[in-house]
Design a protein around this ligand. Sequence first.
Ligand code: SF4
Length: 193
Amino acid sequence: MKILTMERISMYKPSISASDLKNWYFCPRLIYWRRVFRAPWVSGKVVKIGRKGEDLSWLPRIARFRNCDVKRNVCLRSRKYELVGCIDALITCGRETYPLELKRGSYIRGHDVQLGAYALLIEDAFQTEVRLGFLYYPRKVLQEVKINHMLRKKVIWTINKVRDIIDSGKMPQPTKEKWKCLVCDHSSYCRGV
Ligand code: SF4
């Protein structure tokens, strides 16, 4: 299995990305603007900002990752799930492999599904089983997420939800959580539609 670069992964745009799944939980209408209407990100507010370049050289020094190998920004594609994704860090400890996703702020719905999507990508790419993943929040808050049957089902369910919007081209209802519109790139034209 070849690991793809972030540039190469953009060639597979028709595939759903792990970030699309997270974005669906933020607001399904976001999928419409990004994947159907193809509106560009304009400001890079909360939904977009990541921590891709952050230094993680300290990670192998903490007990649970001692002697583990850490690869940054690993992009994978799965034909089986028609899914793509760039994992912030791929941690290999002996026979175990874990995805780690860097997050700003605190946990919101969808972070676990994004991580679960990375687990499916790793499993398909390396023919292995991923049992755990990690969400890493500011101030070195490391949250362990079990990649169990329920999470896998939730990932597949969400892929289908995103696929429905892309295939139908129908605009979903806006979110009822108004604060999300305040940090959304599409707020200037979205709420009036
Ligand atoms: S402006 Fe609000 S309703 Fe529209 S896509 Fe953004 S979060 Fe959703």
